[in-house]
Design a protein around this ligand. Sequence first.
Ligand code: GLA
Length: 682
Amino acid sequence: MNRVAATRPDWSTAASWPARLDFLGFGGDYNPEQWPRSVRSEDIDLMREAGVSVVSVGIFSWALLEPVEGEHDFGWLDEVMDNLHGAGVRVALSTATAAPPAWLTRKHPEILPRLSDGTTLWPGSRRHYSPSSPAYQYHAQRITRVVAERYKNHPALALWHLDNELGAHVSEFYDDDSAAAFRRWLENRYGTIEELNRAWGTAFWSQHYAEFEEILPPRATPTSINPTQRLDFQRFSSWSLLEFYRGLVSVIREVTPGIPATTNLMATTATKSMDYFSWAGDLDVVANDHYLVAADPERHIELAFSADLTRGIAGGNPWILMEHSTSAVNWQPRNRAKTPNEMRRNSLAHVARGADAVMFFQWRQSLSGAEKFHSALVPHAGTDTRMWREVVDLGRAVRSLESVRGSRVDADVAIVFDYEAWWAIELDSHPSNEIAYLDTMRAYHRALWLRGISADIVHPEADLSRYKLVLVCSLYLVTDVAAANIARAAKRGASVLVTYFSGIVDENDHVRPGGYPGAFRELLGVRTEEFYPLLADQSVVLSDGSIGTVWSEHMHLEGAEALVRFTDSPLTDVPALTRKAAGDGHAWYVATALDSEAVGALTDALLTESGVLPAVQAPAGVEVTRRRRDDGTCFLFAVNHTAADATIACEGTELLTGVEAAGTLLVPAGAVVVVQESSLAP
Ligand code: GLA
């Protein structure tokens, strides 16, 4: 163990600086500290065999890099970095801050996170720190600087992987440091306590505050907590994690201004607490982790949803798939192994939806620790396995797709997605607790997926001008700016669908008076006087024979026409689905959760009206997308999730096999094809 400065090798003259990710990446998390040198040497040989081009290193290494405060041991990491460089593998180097070492939390126990009921989360796993702790911020930035200074000239360094899955496991922090930071954040947001009182509606239940110092995070309370306090705490929590990232990235940018930095997001998988749209501007490239939900029979459609959201967060730009699994994970109730070729379909489906790197957790399956039964590229059973053969094949496939890098996914449909609306709609004391924000959105996304239509999942204030169809699902909270943006899309010619319980409140969670759906009343030409939420086992029959669940409402037409009506008492003959001309486009409103067949029929009607077509006609279960380079070169992806061979119409070169497609191409059962199209698609 040595002090840093004394032992740092001189990499300053090494070739290929500055190293970047100038290739379609293939690799994953690499945790060499868990292995002896002999295994690490075999790792290098196997990485060459598999064509690994990038690995994330050092994510959970702090306790080994600095076992005692101020004393560092970089010998093993130097060797790993050098060996990776020798094998042509680039490194996404972590700041090692995702798990504080024991000496640090012993010295500063106030770093440990606290839950809303006061429970302290102790060391023994990982991520046991509060992002608002000044002591943790200080030490995290300090180790980041030490690591950055040491490796700033290393030729393998291509990307900074800051911390890891910020907000994973725990995303809201109720410790005293967080409480103090929350108060500062509120002061900054509202300026005066009067303004906060107005926004939080504190005339209710004697919640009025005389000064900011009286305010606490929404810790455990006897009954429903102030909803705006809750909403602001969610905003603050997302911001506090981002602010922690900003602290690290400021060090990184100072020490290595030429190296891009990112952190791995968890769009849809683990938590809803981080507003990733507000994070994107601080990431040099958006990176996402995705794990299949074993219990979901349509897990490949959920994968598409996550990828489409990641692309939306990335503003349509290519992104990095930083983690997924070769097979089973270890953290679901039943950890299902992937079937033959499923990994390939999963990985390439992410590429089909905009990923420019295919990375996994993790390189070699651990022998000890909580993740020893999590799959990896090198399984416990070694290389004479289906898994390893599929890994080597996938590496080859990724290399053959190099020309796809940098292209963008074609999408004529936008699905509007807002974290703040998600937080707000799922607060308590609402007409129904049955409304899960993602449910309706996933239902319409699924209908699009089944029809071969790609959708960008975008923020409500994003530029919607290029979309022919815009879906606004249960956007309960909406700002005036977002509502105007959505109305403008319709006026410019798009078809806009708004679903129930949208437009209800403003950004302070205050109801928009005069009738629902508040902010969208004029656009939709309807006015609802009362909600009739349905009980858990209740449904309603609509005039076209379809079934509604979860929701119904007493709606009046104010300029719209009724296409479908409720038929059951007490809402007999009340409109359930409406349509109104709006400028050059149309605005549709649906006042219930339609059954999946009806969602499909409505989707068909919307696609016809807006003139949106699939990337190519394909049989059910064959996922199709198109990526397009700036020079107009197009890549048609088809992922056959079925057990039957399929045929698609296309012309060009199939990149995985080199086969020429002249008119039609076979997509074998369970296989993926990627065609560089010879004629420019419209
Ligand atoms: C997350 C983490 C990894 C690992 C995987 C297991 O994505 O970032 O360190 O724990 O989960 O699925």
